[in-house]
Ligand binder design. Sequence first.
Ligand code: 6PG
Length: 466
Amino acid sequence: MNDIGLIGLGVMGKNLALNIGNKGFSVSVFNMTTRKTKDFIEKEIENRDITGYCDIESFIQSLKKPRKIVLMIKAGEPVDGMIEKLVPYLDKGDLIIDGGNSYYFDTIRRIKELNDKGILFLGMGVSGGEAGALHGPSLMPGGTKKAYDLVEDILLKIAAQTEEGPCCTYVGDGAAGHFVKMIHNGIEYGMMQAISEAYDILKKVLKLSSDEIADVFGRWDEGELNSFLMEISSKVMRHKDEETGKPIVELILDKAGQKGTGKWTTEAAFNIGIPAPSLSVAVEGRILSYFKEDRVNLSRKINKEYPKDSYDKEKIIEGLEDSLLFSYLILFSQGLWIISEASKDYDFNIDISEVLRIWKGGCIIRCEMLDFVGEIVKRYNENVNLLNDDRALKFLMEKTDSVKNVVNIARDFYIPTLVHNTALDYFFSMIEERLPANLIQAQRDFFGAHTYNRVDKEGIYHTVWE
Ligand code: 6PG
């Protein structure tokens, strides 16, 4: 009898199975395409205690009770399809763990549906890509504590390890795990877009070569901007195409793909009513990039005049570093605020300090800034809005001039800076006592008698405008 079962031998599934095997657990694996299971067992498992099964029934019968089955399959319909196939063979008290990037409302529904059948279900965010799955991902399981307790020993061992412990924790009730992973991805989109905007400026304003940009990214990665995404961006910039010898990044088509988690993050923000413009705009950036043909046609119609001034290279690089730090903190601020509110709205009971701790290793958004953010969050665990903290405010204020300069220079060169710019506008909005929303209220009242409140007295008012 094996300790755990895993379904789905795509890149993530295979590596997770190998990781579990490395930690001394016995694993049963199953894949819808039998050839994949056979190839995996024949070529990849080496001396690990991993057994492949070609039909669901024998796969399930190979597992110790209560059975624990990890699904590493495509989110959406395939997860429901697989659950349907599994249920007839499962007993009460068995556990299914969905390790994909599932939509949190689907997870809430599945927990309920399976609970009615006496089957436990965990929605688990798994971050770290291929290498993470094999060597130690950040794991974000959510559901009932009872379900989590069944697999805690395995999860803690296979997760990335940091000085502060394994990068796995019981994230919270219901869809807490998938919700937190979704926000992780929203922040991931934002960081990726912010770094890409910095690359655009280094290339188009300072005319740096790809190797020079790799050096700048490498230097930043050694400082306060230390982060997995900065590290890989430096490696990406340096990589040459084998065929042409050119930097591969310059040969890659500028159309960014997406699978939905960034979009869901922005939808969650809208649904809950928390402003998250920098997270939203990072998704918009990808959508915009997709319209390549339109962009090419329009760019040919416009005669862009670029400034002739020469710029102090080091000053711009320093300013960009500040602007990225500013953007990172704003992205975390927006993301954590959504988690904080969602935790209350959906009764997730998320300990955000713990979330930040498990993001310190294994995951895509791991970065040095998490220490600073973690310190702040410890003080406001219930209502997390980083901007309410004086140290965060000081950090941002000190960098505001740099962000203004970066955004202005970018403007002069017609370079869009969606995340850097929006981070600044968000910050300015949040530190502004009086926004022009009074005029919006007046306009609403003018055309629709929507009424308004006044600053000088209590009550609801309407004006006959004409
Ligand atoms: C991770 C990643 C991972 C996946 C993203 C990519 O944490 O390991 O977030 O889950 O790479 O979902 O998403 P897009 O295809 O939407 O960029």
